[in-house]
Design a protein around this ligand. Structure first.
Ligand SMILES: Nc1ncnc2c1ncn2[C@@H]1O[C@H](COP(=O)(O)OP(=O)(O)OP(=O)(O)O)[C@@H](O)[C@H]1O
Ligand SMILES: [Mn+2]
Length: 421
């Protein structure tokens, strides 16, 4: 079939579809093209069709939201604290399986303040992973991970989904989004402006100090620039302090316990010319369902929804704590607000399975309130606003896509797609 015929055929099919209210795109592409392109496009068109016919409940505010809002606002409200070490103890006892902190706990507001205010006592490079990060000690030897700012909030990262360096505020956003969606599997994270000279360099070990360049300009003004020690670290790519030596970054609470790293079944190839099996095979989940415990699969589907909302397409490995998935490393989100990488949702649309509790929770935050509540919660963060309005719009748009994909799955599987594991 030549290209012109394909186009005419497509138009005819879609017009027929419009008249009859059936998705002819779907059937049309299946017959006109072969292989993966057909099924991927068919799916996209199916989702587009579903989006046009979303029930008002998905577009409007859910009255149940107000109850959740009040409880969340109360729980995460910054609160004064007296003894940091008591709070470290409390937080270090919180994790249970993959839940890093409890749903509601009066210590949360205090813990957040502790992370924001406790003095930095020692700093070293942390050469784990591939991106620049520091191991920071606060009072009482409490260790936290520091990731610095690389980009302004409005920088658009072009290219493939995993392009660029970490977006520091994505880690804070992920924490609040996890709290709202009751996927309390992320570390606890706060934004913090730190002084590269007085807090980092002055408390750094000699190795760290060697990875900070100090330049003096003609007027005798010093400039501190950190390049660190990591797989991708090099002297040409630095984080530099402003005129007062301040830099933005995030402090990530270290999840206590043992984490195990596992390859994601939906891992990308990270090569432009090579596709992963899951990218071309819409029945990919079938074999996984036999190989993997359902609870793990359900965890990974929750992760897919979470990652799709924030556009993190870099979860090549996932980590588990007591055999349940934790959401460690959310720095590669919010790259391009104008682009939605639907394939991050592959675990959901290929498996058509979803935890009932996740589905219920997602529906509480319909009608534009998801980004509204995360915004309200994060107002107390030093780095507020964490993301631009364009990114917020992106999240709301993608939430509708999630609703549409679930509707599509319900057409195929019915209520049995929802699991209570
Ligand atoms: N909050 C945390 N609690 C416990 N361990 C952590 C935490 N953050 C990171 N780690 C550990 O450090 C490792 C590296 O962290 P992270 O994945 O954030 O780095 P990265 O440089 O982005 O890695 P990659 O390049 O693989 O994406 C993680 O795999 C995890 O084992
Ligand atoms: Mn990473």
């Amino acid at each position: 079939m030549n290209k012109r015929n394909v186009i005419i055929g497509g138009i005819v099919a879609s017009l027929l579809g419009l008249v009859l209210g059936v998705n002819f795109y779907f059937m049309y592409y299946l017959s006109a093209e072969e292989g993966h392109l057909a099924s991927v496009r068919a799916l996209e068109n199916m989702i587009r069709h579903k989006m046009r016919h979303l029930k008002p409940a998905y577009l409007n505010r859910n009255p149940r939201f107000f109850m959740f809002r009040n409880k969340l606002l109360k729980n995460y409200k910054a609160a004064p604290y007296e003894n940091a070490s008591v709070l470290w103890d409390i937080a270090n006892w919180w994790p249970q399986e993959n839940e890093v902190y409890p749903m509601y706990d009066s210590s949360m507001g205090q813990l957040l303040e502790t992370l924001r205010r406790e003095p930095i006592t020692r700093v070293s490079n942390l050469a784990r992973g591939t991106q620049l990060k520091l191991l920071v000690r606060l009072s009482q030897q409490q260790k936290v991970i520091f990731k610095p700012q690389w980009y302004p909030r409005d920088e658009v990262i072009e290219g493939v989904v995993y392009s660029g360096k970490d977006r520091h505020t994505a880690e804070v956003y992920a924490f609040y989004l996890g709290a709202v969606l009751d996927l309390r599997w992320t570390p606890i994270v706060v934004g913090r402006v730190v002084n590269l000279k007085r807090e980092i360099y002055a408390n750094g070990d000699p190795e760290l100090q060697h990875t900070i360049n100090i330049e003096t300009d003609e007027d005798g003004r010093e400039r501190y620039c950190l390049y660190g020690k990591c797989h991708y670290c090099n002297e040409e790519e630095t984080v530099c302090g402003d005129e007062r030596h301040n830099i933005e970054g995030v402090l990530i609470y270290i999840v206590p316990g043992t984490l195990a790293k596992r390859r994601s079944p939906w891992q990308r190839t990270y090569k432009d010319d090579k596709r992963a099996p899951w990218e071309d095979d819409m029945t990919y989940c079938k074999s996984l369902k036999n190989k993997m415990e359902t609870i793990r699969l359900l965890d990974l589907i929750d992760v897919a929804i979470f990652d799709y909302l924030i556009q993190n397409g870099d979860r090549h490995h996932y980590e588990t704590r007591e055999e349940r998935v934790v959401l460690i490393d959310n720095g590669k989100a919010f790259g391009n607000p104008n682009k939605d990488h639907l394939d991050i949702l592959a675990p959901l649309y290929q498996c058509c399975l979803l935890r009932k509790s996740t589905w219920d929770r997602l529906q509480v935050f319909s009608g534009g309130v998801l980004t509204e509540i995360v915004d309200r919660l994060s107002k107390q963060d030093a780095l507020y606003p964490l993301i631009t309005d364009k990114h917020k719009k992106g999240i709301e748009r993608r939430l509708l896509v999630v609703y549409a994909v679930v509707e599509h799955c319900m057409d195929i599987e019915g209520e049995k797609m929802f699991k209570t594991l």
